[in-house]
Write a protein that binds this ligand. Structure first.
Ligand SMILES: [Zn+2]
Ligand SMILES: [Zn+2]
Length: 242
């Protein structure tokens, strides 16, 4: 990593510089630290940020909701978006739309134009057909059927995935994406709420999430109320059992 990454005033400077330099490969290498493995989805996420930011002329993101990303799925792709764009669930600059599309829209607050980057296909022809078949077969076994791979198979799958991911990172944008200018969304800044203290568990809870029973604040979990959560399949409804 360059020295810029240690700049306490601009902690994302190194990533931003690599994007400006068009070094998608280096950003993908770093994104593996967040995501845990290399895959085509992660590569496409990083690449989508590069394409979107370039089109919008974005040169920095301080994570204060000035640059926004709207993701239409919760998959590997979104980790590429979060890492490369610096728009995350935690800094409220990531909006999650439960549409199940591998697409993301980027915009700067105050601007009228946004850029939507939609993945055409994961099936980008990047190498020998037999390697693709071998990688797909290992994916089927490990991820779709949840069967245990041998150490050798596991290593081989990672090798094949890495190769394919970095090949996708180097592929021309037009082979991977449909890129279009769209009207900028108008999502409000994240509101700041006071806290209430749940009378059952004693924990602090954001006022907007608290419910009152006989005038007493309760968190949704202690009140046995429904709440929404993001799980593997998308947004669903939960309720804490008592
Ligand atoms: Zn992945
Ligand atoms: Zn509680």
């Amino acid at each position: 990593m360059s020295d810029a990454s240690t700049n306490p005033l601009r902690p994302r400077a190194a990533i931003q510089q690599l994007l400006l330099d068009g070094n998608v490969r280096a950003v993908l290498e770093m994104a593996g630290m967040l995501h845990g493995h290399y895959c085509v989805g992660l590569a496409l996420g990083v690449k989508a940020v590069h394409a979107g930011f370039k089109r919008l002329g974005i040169i920095d993101n301080t994570g204060m909701e000035e640059i926004m990303a709207v993701a239409e799925c919760n998959s590997c792709f979104v980790d590429g978006i979060q890492f490369a764009a610096g728009c995350t669930l935690g800094n409220n600059a990531l909006v999650y739309q439960d549409l199940g599309k591998t697409a993301a829209t980027f915009y700067c607050r105050g601007g009228s134009v946004a850029v939507r980057v939609c993945v055409k296909s994961y099936d980008i022809d990047t190498g020998p057909e037999e390697e693709k078949r071998e990688g797909d077969a290992l994916f089927e076994k490990a991820v779709k059927r949840r069967e245990k791979l041998s150490d050798a198979e596991n290593t081989r799958m990672k090798e094949l995935w890495n190769k394919r991911s970095f090949a996708v990172a180097a592929a021309p944008d037009e082979r991977c994406f449909l890129i279009a200018d769209v009207k900028a969304p108008a999502f409000a800044f994240a509101p700041i709420f006071d806290s209430q203290q749940c009378v059952v568990c004693g924990e602090k809870v954001m006022e907007s999430k608290a419910v009152f029973r006989n005038g007493q604040p309760h968190c949704l979990a202690c009140a046995g109320e429904e709440y929404r959560m993001v799980v593997g399949k998308g947004i669903s409804v939960g309720r804490t059992a008592h």
